[in-house]
Design a protein around this ligand. Structure first.
Ligand code: FAD
Length: 336
């Protein structure tokens, strides 16, 4: 075989895949990191670069894009091979079942002794609203992702949704926007308790049992009509931007034929992050096991377990416990 066979190939360069890549370097494994997007960082850079994160250990508050940058620096110190703009569509075993072969949509192939799948929510497809004017003004005042907070400066904003994204954006844009209204179709929110406490103590006007009925404007959003879903009463809001935080549709169709056991639209793993395919591990938002939390902090731990198991898989004589990171001080941190 002409192509290099890597010790470990990590598919998905979100926070969990980046941390797995660092760990692979720490365990002296020749690693490759592949992502479908043209940039590293997964949801942190693609969906909410300007949002603050408060629940990653060691960082009382950090912007998503800064956390991504730190993870990238940490991951790159052992010189992994990076392949961007490559959506993996096929995973199979070849050569007497010893090597795993990954094929991307553009026809490139990758060979590896082990694979860690950190695919997150797969391809990011925001859930859309079936209201004609919403589609017409998509990108002209209608947003699903916030990439640049400055466009909201001194504007009136409507946020639709009751999950973490909606609540986080309302809090993150407070003080930037002129005023913010958040509507949710129920009075039960899915956001963190602490964020909700902050929301109800903020200047954001929260309207429960309200839904979006119509968007106004020709070239750009100029207003919105919302309605009370208990009474049908309509209210007109003078807003220039509407952020729709209705969740993302997980598109995992592409892994259906990989032979992986799927549980609740996620890859089933055991406590060693092993999938049902020997040598194939998974970590982060893509997995499910009893007690799974889809958070960055839990994903980091899963990545460490997956990589240490992968090391042990290709070298059974190696210790499972990696030792402490200070036993392997990277060159750039060595004094003298
Ligand atoms: C608005 C918002 C706010 C959030 N706030 C927080 C927070 O405050 N704290 C917290 O802990 N979590 C938060 N989260 C959740 C957090 O972002 C995720 O838990 C985390 O990103 C999961 O990391 P991951 O590496 O598993 O997946 P992802 O970040 O989703 O990365 C997966 C990567 O895999 C790539 N990929 C997918 N399929 C393929 C394929 N077939 N081939 C190649 N590449 C592929 C994708 O392009 C992507 O880059 C938030 C999420 C959102 C949307």
């Amino acid at each position: 075989m002409k192509e290099e066979v890597f010790d470990i190939t990590i598919v998905g360069a979100g926070p969990v895949g980046l941390y797995a890549t660092y760990y692979a370097g720490l365990r002296d494994m020749r690693a490759k990191l592949i992502d479908a997007l043209g940039q590293l960082g997964g949801q942190l850079t693609a969906l909410y670069p300007e949002k603050y994160i408060y629940d990653v250990a060691g960082f009382p508050q950090i912007l998503a894009k800064d956390l991504a940058q730190n993870l990238i620096s940490q991951a790159l110190q052992y010189n992994p091979e990076i392949c961007l703009n490559e959506k993996i569509i096929k995973l199979e075993r070849i050569e007497d079942e010893k090597i795993l072969k990954l094929t991307s949509e553009n026809g490139n192939v990758h060979f590896s002794k082990t694979v860690v799948l950190t695919l997150g929510i797969g391809a990011f497809v925001p859930r859309k609203l079936d209201i004609p004017d919403v589609q017409k003004l998509d990108g002209r005042g209608i947003h699903y992702i916030v990439k640049d907070k400055s466009i909201f400066k001194d504007k009136n904003i409507l946020i639709v949704g009751g999950g973490d994204s909606a609540v986080d954006w309302a809090l993150n844009l407070e003080g930037i926007a002129k005023n913010i209204t958040l509507i949710h179709r129920r009075d039960i929110f899915k956001a963190h308790e602490d964020s909700l406490k902050k929301l109800f103590n903020s200047s954001v006007e929260v309207k429960t049992f309200y839904e979006l009925k119509r968007v106004h404007g020709d070239e750009h959003v100029e207003g919105a009509t919302i309605f009370d879903n208990r009474t049908g009463d309509e209210t007109y809001l003078d807003v220039q931007h509407i952020i729709l935080c209705l969740g993302f549709l997980a598109n995992l169709e592409f892994i259906q034929n990989w032979g992986l056991e799927i549980d609740k639209n996620a890859i089933k793993v055991n406590s060693k992050m092993e999938t049902n395919i020997p040598g194939v591990y998974a970590a982060g938002d893509i997995i499910n096991y009893p007690g799974k939390l889809k958070l960055i902090s839990t994903g980091f731990g899963e990545a460490a377990i997956a990589v240490n198991c992968a090391k042990n898989f290709i070298d059974p004589a190696s210790k499972f416990f990696p030792g402490h990171s200070s036993d392997f001080v990277p060159k750039k941190f060595k004094s003298g």
